[in-house]
Design a protein around this ligand. Sequence first.
Ligand code: FES
Length: 176
Amino acid sequence: MFTEENLRKVEEIKKRYPTTMATVLPVLWIAQEQFGWISEEVMHYVAELLQVPFNHVLGVVTFYSMYNRRPVGKYHIQVCANVSCMLRGSDSIVEHLEKRLGIKVGETTPDRMFTLSEVECLGSCGTAPMMQVNNDYYEDLTFEKVDRLLEGFRDGKGETRSKTQDARSQKQEVKV
Ligand code: FES
């Protein structure tokens, strides 16, 4: 089920971790990159591939919000709803997104462009309110910033990154 390349990555991961159990997280991440989400079939596949109990894989997938348990849109918007973000207005950011996208939290737009989720702390509390879109962080959110980002995603220029995330990833910043 995995591509040849991903099977090679799995073998590399196995060499780097002390136990097979410990490889479940990174291997599930590879699975998500290949399939877009983690279905029950994929969980069984990973369990078999790594020779670990299915319930362990299920436990990991259901514990961590970074694993999608159903198909998501091209842009998966995950707004942090934890304390720091909530105190700095994440609720109103979510409401604003719901209005702009015409969907509720947990839904995907009919054109499959956007999925909106609320998640627990993403570790960027100092720049609250914030959200993660696919693998990128967007911080110090305002309604205007959210609107600019959505516009960018819609017209295909959605590779904008926040300064903090750029510092972390050492990638080039594109101004929003
Ligand atoms: S509370 Fe939102 S990133 Fe920590």
